[in-house]
Design a protein around this ligand. Structure first.
Ligand code: SF4
Length: 67
């Protein structure tokens, strides 16, 4: 499972640019729904996703349309 996730996160056709990822994470950092904000395990309380992975994936979006 971990290997599968790692393969997806490294697939250039499934991820956004570093610039877009940083843009998304900046919005999340100011969001009231972020949890574990000051750790590497930042999570969205709305969807439960780990934000380091979610923000990188092309087919993901914020559950309340902030990005
Ligand atoms: S994905 Fe959306 S709702 Fe979740 S923490 Fe980020 S901005 Fe907030």
């Amino acid at each position: 499972m971990f290997l599968y996730i790692k393969q997806i996160l490294n697939d250039k056709n499934r991820v956004v640019s570093a610039k877009i990822k940083m843009y998304r994470l900046k919005i999340c950092a100011d969001c009231e729904h972020i949890r574990l904000k000051n750790t590497m395990y930042k999570r969205c309380h709305k969807c439960g996703c780990f934000l380091s992975a979610k923000s990188k994936l092309l087919n993901q979006k914020c559950p309340i349309d902030k990005w």
